[in-house]
Design a protein around this ligand. Structure first.
Ligand SMILES: C[S@@+](CC[C@H](N)C(=O)[O-])C[C@H]1O[C@@H](n2cnc3c(N)ncnc32)[C@H](O)[C@@H]1O
Length: 205
């Protein structure tokens, strides 16, 4: 199963991916990578852009942050709300929040679906406080090729970025998911120099 087998996001299928292997281990590997750039945060209020069913929003809440998610999919948001998370409907390109209203902003595996990536990044930078972090994480390398080759599901609409696309804004980048699609996904592969399948870039305001 891929991250979604349906042409529109299906929240139950989506969450199932995180509950079974290889999704379970991939999630742990990607979470460690994302948090290594995001933490520490100077403050408590964090925005999760393209939050889906709230997978990362929930992790931030569990860590004690005042996490808010935003996503355009009614179905995904409905499921996130059922988990007791604070989520709202909206697009990355037009965030319904005041300037400098968050201490940090994260976006996980969602930039691939934004219609205007530059606008979305400028919106994330607008809503974060001065000195705050914006972390954008996305699928890349062999995993991007694998999802493209599936030719089905909501991932059909994905436009996988290259790390170079972020070079004009990024301070730092971290890479992970060095296990290849179809092979055993294992933390021990993270110590190798294999091509990464997931990248996180840090943009500081
Ligand atoms: C692969 S899911 C990632 C969900 C979540 N971040 C996670 O890590 O589980 C991609 C999400 O991006 C959302 N999305 C698509 N276009 C978007 C946009 N323009 N602005 C914000 N989110 C968007 C989709 O609705 C979907 O929930």
């Amino acid at each position: 199963m891929t991250r979604s087998e349906n042409t529109e996001w299906n929240p139950d299928d989506y969450d199932l991916w995180y509950e079974k292997e290889p999704g379970k281990t991939i999630d742990l590997i990607e979470t460690e990578c994302a948090l290594s750039l995001l933490l520490p945060i100077n403050g408590k209020r964090v925005l999760d852009v393209g939050c889906g069913t709230g997978n990362f929003t929930k992790k931030l809440s569990c860590l004690g942050y005042d996490a808010v998610g935003i996503d355009p999919s009614d179905e995904m948001i409905k499921k996130a709300l059922k988990k007791g998370l604070s989520c709202t409907k909206g697009y990355a390109e037009n965030l319904p929040f005041d300037d400098k209203s968050f201490d940090a902003v994260i976006s996980v595996a969602a930039v691939e679906f934004f219609s205007d990536r530059r606008k979305a990044i400028s919106e994330m930078l607008r809503v974060v406080k001065k000195g705050g972090k914006v972390v954008v994480c996305f699928i890349t390398g062999a995993w991007a090729k694998y999802y493209k080759s599936k030719k089905s599901g909501a991932l059909l609409k994905a436009n996988f970025p290259k790390v170079e696309d972020f070079l004009p804004f990024a301070e730092k980048a971290k890479f992970c998911l060095r296990s290849k699609p179809g092979k055993n996904v294992d933390f021990s592969n993270e110590k190798t120099v294999e091509e990464a399948g997931f990248a996180c870039v840090l943009i500081e305001k």
